[in-house]
Design a protein around this ligand. Structure first.
Ligand code: HEM
Length: 114
C-alpha cells in the first residue's frame, strides 16, 4: 500500500514522479500569493504517495510561481489531482488574483537518475 509511506521516510529519487506547475501573477498580489502558500491547507501532505513539495520563484522575478510536487508514482499524483482535496487545497487562492494569460501550466516528469 502506498499510504504506508510518509514524507519523513521517503526521499525524492529514481523511479519517482514530479509535477512542475507554474503561473505568473499579473497584478499586485505577489505577497498575498506567497502568504497563501505559507498558510497552505496541507491536505496534500496526507495524500497517498505524496513525498514533498517546494514553492519557488526565479531569482529576480517574484511574479513567477513554480510549484514542484514529488510523488511515489504518476498514479498517486493523478488520484490526488482528480479528487476533492485538490479543490479544497485551492480554496485559499487570494480573491482578485490575476494571472498572465497563458502562463499557467503543469508538466509531468519521471525521475530516471539521481
Ligand atoms: C494555475 C493555477 C494555480 C494557481 C493560481 C494556484 C495557486 C495556489 C495557491 C495560492 C495555493 C496556496 C494554498 C491555497 O490556496 O489554499 C496552492 C496550493 C497548492 N497547489 Fe496550486 N495553483 C494552481 C495550479 C496548481 C496545479 C496545476 C497543481 C498541480 C501540481 C497545484 C498544486 C498545488 C498544491 C500541491 C498545493 C498545496 C495544497 C495543500 O497544502 O494541501 N496547483 N495553489
Amino acid at each position: 500500500m502506498l499510504d504506508q509511506f510518509s514524507k519523513t521516510q521517503q526521499q525524492p529519487g529514481v523511479g519517482m514522479f514530479v509535477a512542475l506547475s507554474r503561473f505568473t501573477i499579473a497584478n499586485d498580489m505577489v505577497d498575498e500569493v506567497r502568504a497563501a502558500f505559507r498558510d497552505r491547507a496541507h491536505l496534500v501532505d496526507h495524500a497517498p504517495g505524496f513525498v514533498g513539495m517546494e514553492v519557488m520563484c526565479p531569482v529576480g522575478d517574484r511574479t513567477e510561481i513554480w510549484l514542484v510536487t514529488h510523488w511515489l508514482d504518476e498514479q498517486s499524483y493523478r488520484s490526488w489531482h482528480r479528487g476533492h482535496e485538490y479543490h479544497e487545497s485551492h480554496k485559499g487562492i487570494p480573491k482578485g488574483l490575476k494571472l498572465v494569460p497563458g502562463s499557467a501550466g503543469v508538466q509531468l516528469f519521471e525521475v530516471f537518475a539521481d
